[in-house]
Design a binder for this molecule. Structure first.
Ligand code: AMP
Ligand code: ZN
Length: 115
């Protein structure tokens, strides 16, 4: 998708700090980390919002979570745990219109999921 920052990262047109890659999924460091560990996990297929997901995307979303497990193992934070957040739409404050899963960790995270 033209003009999509994450599609540009996937195509190698914008530099990024890659953490993990499969045929279908890319994980890279968030440019403005909100925690010591802040990784974005994205499907290479452009899907704008979670509300656009189709039944044929179900396997892909499952793979995102098993990939996050592998990333946690690779990066050494599996034991301590982590939080996964996916924003969808205006009320969530979604800024980049290409679905992505924030993986946050590296410290004891706040008890409140929303403020
Ligand atoms: P969201 O508010 O859920 O749409 O989050 C978008 C996230 O993408 C933010 O945490 C940004 O810091 C991050 N972001 C935007 N552009 C880049 C980029 N070029 N490389 C890495 N992370 C980015
Ligand atoms: Zn995209």
């Amino acid at each position: 998708m033209e003009d999509c920052v994450f599609c540009k990262i996937i195509k190698g047109e914008i530099p990024t700090e890659k953490v993990y890659e499969t045929e279908e999924i890319l994980a890279f460091k968030d440019i403005h980390p909100a925690a010591p560990i802040h990784i974005l996990v994205v499907p290479k297929k452009h899907i704008s919002m979670l509300t656009d997901l189709k039944p044929e995307d179900e396997a892909l979303i499952g793979k995102i979570y098993t990939t996050i497990n592998k990333i946690a193992e690779q990066e050494g934070f599996k034991k301590q745990g982590y939080r996964v957040i996916a924003n969808c739409g205006k009320d969530s404050g979604q800024e980049v219109m290409h679905i992505h899963f924030h993986v946050l960790g590296g410290k004891k995270l706040g008890d409140k999921i929303v403020d």
